[in-house]
Design a protein around this ligand. Structure first.
Ligand SMILES: NC(=O)C1=CN([C@@H]2O[C@H](COP(=O)(O)OP(=O)(O)OC[C@H]3O[C@@H](n4cnc5c(N)ncnc54)[C@H](O)[C@@H]3O)[C@@H](O)[C@H]2O)C=CC1
Ligand SMILES: O=C(O)[C@@H]1CCC=N1
Length: 268
């Protein structure tokens, strides 16, 4: 079994460790690095996985999964550069960072796979998109696909689409949380108790997501089924259109895409 090291065990790194354990990997096959010792101790207590330093991770792991913030990548690449064996597979979960950055800074021929996951990984419902770098083989890509399938769904996309994916599904859960938060506020505005408003909206979100995932129906068809002639929903839809919610979403997701491109360019 390949030894897998997660570099940077924050929100995404921890979710991946936990998902891999759930998916049947043994604690002994996993390692992580974490710059805050208290956090490292906590993770070892919780999952039985060993925290190591970067040189040890580079020495022991067959697969290195980079899960630090894009802004923290430079010192990590400086450290990894002279240590990494070119047969080690590097998997980057970092928003915006191109595989070419790793290929430039690590040993010649290092295989790199770029991944954009999202936080529903915590409950085994991630959406991850994967793209091979220049030296990643179909076998490398298949291994990454298998690892990520432990924590949700996986699609393959060309790397040129990863900034768009980052804006859409990488950040996507935040848009839904934002909508849910606003809808709960609407319940408060209408005089409902907060706990009831929260239950009504969270279950409606779960139900709507289940219908989208399980019926195979187009979202327009599902929305039309809720929108009765001269009923209540169409009044709400008119207000959403009047306030430009559709245009706001297009602009918001485009802005997120632009930021992903910018994060990558910071290392040119
Ligand atoms: N949070 C999200 O929704 C998503 C995040 N990502 C990507 O995942 C990466 C991590 O994001 P989060 O988990 O949200 O951030 P986070 O800040 O929760 O985790 C990053 C962790 O890396 C550690 N770290 C930083 N430099 C280190 C080093 N040199 N050695 C060891 N540990 C180090 C930090 O102490 C921290 O615990 C980012 O690149 C982000 O773009 C991707 C998809 C979704
Ligand atoms: O906001 C961010 O930069 C990260 C990447 C995708 C989701 N969260």
């Amino acid at each position: 079994m390949a030894v897998i090291a997660v570099l940077g065990a924050g929100k995404i790194g921890e979710a991946l460790l936990s998902g891999l354990l759930h998916g049947g990997r043994k604690p002994g096959e996993l390692l992580f690095t974490e710059r805050y010792p208290e956090r490292a101790e906590e993770l070892t207590r919780r999952y039985g996985v060993r925290g190591v330093d970067v040189p040890e991770a580079a020495k022991l792991a067959d697969v290195l999964i980079v899960a630090v913030k894009p802004q923290d990548i430079e010192p990590l690449l400086d450290e990894l550069g002279p240590l990494l064996r070119p047969e080690t597979l590097v998997v980057s979960l970092c928003a915006g960072l191109p595989t070419a950055l790793y290929e430039r800074r690590l040993a010649e021929g290092t295989p790199v796979v770029r991944v954009m996951p999202n936080t529903p990984m915590v409950v085994g419902a991630a959406m991850s998109a994967i793209s091979p770098g220049r030296y990643a083989t179909p076998e490398h890509l298949a291994l990454v696909e298998e690892l990520l399938a432990c924590v949700g769904s996986v699609v393959r996309v060309p790397e040129s689409q990863q900034d768009a994916v980052t804006a859409l599904s990488g950040s996507g859960p935040a848009y839904f949380f934002f909508l849910v938060e606003a809808m709960i506020d609407a319940g408060i505005l209408l005089g409902l108790p907060r706990n009831i408003a929260e239950k009504l909206i969270v279950q409606s979100a779960v139900g709507a997501a289940k219908m989208l995932a399980e019926t195979g129906e187009h979202p327009v068809t599902l929305r039309e089924a809720v929108t009765s002639p001269a009923g209540t929903t169409i009044n709400a839809i008119r207000e959403l259109e009047n306030h430009g919610v559709r245009a706001a979403l297009l602009a918001a997701i485009e802005a997120a895409r632009d930021r992903s491109v910018e994060l990558g360019k910071a290392h040119d």
